[in-house]
Ligand binder design. Structure first.
Ligand code: ROI
Length: 167
């Protein structure tokens, strides 16, 4: 079994037969879909956070969260299942750093370091992003990110003013 952390993000609503699904609803629905996957045990989920977009500012605020699970899937098998869930939530392969209905990133996969054309783990931007570090620290304050260091140390250097816990 491998302990895995997944980052979730959404800043677009989608239309389901006239009903608008909000970014927060996409995140909640994705958490449910991940929990229903075979071969994974959901262990914990962070609060939902509202965050200002990192990158281009001409897009809406994001809802972000991090979850912890254990699995006996390989990283690529898990990625395939996560991409199915992204697609089920209306995700189109879209502009780089543009708005998205659902983004699921494998942040950490045990203590593995994985670099190939589909995966880059630990996620290369993990240490610059408060919307990942804060929810990760909420559920795993003692976590150490391979090649980067303890989450608590990384948090000291990121701006957290654009991040709010949602009720
Ligand atoms: N900004 C925030 N706040 N949250 C995200 O999930 C997010 N995802 C992205 C980019 C466009 C980099 N900005 C983001 O892919």
């Amino acid at each position: 079994m491998t302990i895995v952390y997944i980052g979730l993000g959404s800043n677009m609503s989608s239309d389901h037969g006239g009903t608008l699904i909000s970014p927060a609803q996409h995140i909640i629905s994705a958490i449910r879909s991940i929990g229903e996957l075979e071969s994974i045990n959901m262990m914990n989920t962070s609060s939902l956070y509202q965050s200002k977009p990192v990158g281009p500012q001409d897009q809406g605020d994001y809802v972000n969260a991090v979850l912890k699970l254990e699995t006996d899937l390989s990283a690529i098998e898990l990625l395939d299942r996560l991409q199915d869930i992204e697609n089920d939530h209306g995700r189109k392969r879209q502009q780089h750093w543009g708005p998205r209905t659902l983004d699921l990133d494998i942040l950490l996969f045990g203590d593995h370091i994985i670099e190939n054309e589909r995966l880059s783990i630990p996620h290369p931007e993990i240490s610059n992003r408060s919307f990942v570090l804060v929810p990760l620290a909420e559920i795993e304050p003692a976590s150490v990110i391979p090649t980067k260091g303890p989450v608590g140390d990384l948090l000291v250097d990121v701006d957290q003013t654009d991040l709010k816990i949602m009720q």
